[in-house]
Design a protein. Structure first.
Length: 177
């Protein structure tokens, strides 16, 4: 039975579903907008910071990947891991320079202090305490009040396991009369 995201991706139907969903989501455009309070609608942020964020969201979020690839892998992580994290790399002045999609399993969350820690060897990010406002945490469905997302694959495996156990128990009971 499927016990991990890597094992799940070896199943052709799972691989295709994750690829299709993540590719479909990745083609959707993202734009950083601000609210025009006078006219009560959102407009593209044309400030220097807004233009920089729009470039990161639509063209090249970091040196390693383009915007399509980052969005595709973000959705794939949500489906397979339940959580995905984007860590904004900032200049000494606070300007966002890069958006880095953290490697699966490299980020931990402390529910009591509402802080995160990153130990990501792939991206070379090591931070022991990160306030929740300093990282983007994307979560799949949660059953803990919204703190940590559940993997779609894990949830499906759990559901199918329960169904298989119920079927086996039903067969056993009917078999004995």
């Amino acid at each position: 039975w499927v016990s991990s995201a890597a094992a799940a991706m070896k199943v052709a139907a799972v691989y295709r579903a994750v690829n299709l969903i993540s590719s479909s989501a990745a083609v959707l455009s993202l734009q950083y907008k601000r609210k025009n309070r006078a006219k009560d609608y959102f407009v593209l942020d044309e400030t220097e910071g807004g233009r920089q964020l729009n470039y990161l969201l639509t063209v090249q979020p970091n040196r390693r990947m383009n915007a399509y690839t980052m969005r595709k892998y973000l959705v794939a992580q949500l489906l397979l891991q339940g959580n995905a994290f984007i860590y904004p790399i900032r200049s000494s002045m606070g300007k966002v320079l890069e958006l880095v999609l953290c490697s699966p399993g490299s980020v931990t969350y402390d529910v009591y202090t509402n802080t995160y820690a990153i130990a990501d060897t792939t991206n070379g990010i090591y931070e022991s305490v990160i306030d929740s406002e300093e990282i983007l945490h994307f979560k799949n469905m949660c059953n803990d009040g919204g703190y940590w997302g559940l993997s779609t694959i894990g949830f499906a495996a759990q559901t199918l396991s329960i169904a298989a156990t119920a079927d086996a128990e039903t067969l056993k009971r009917f078999g004995t009369g």
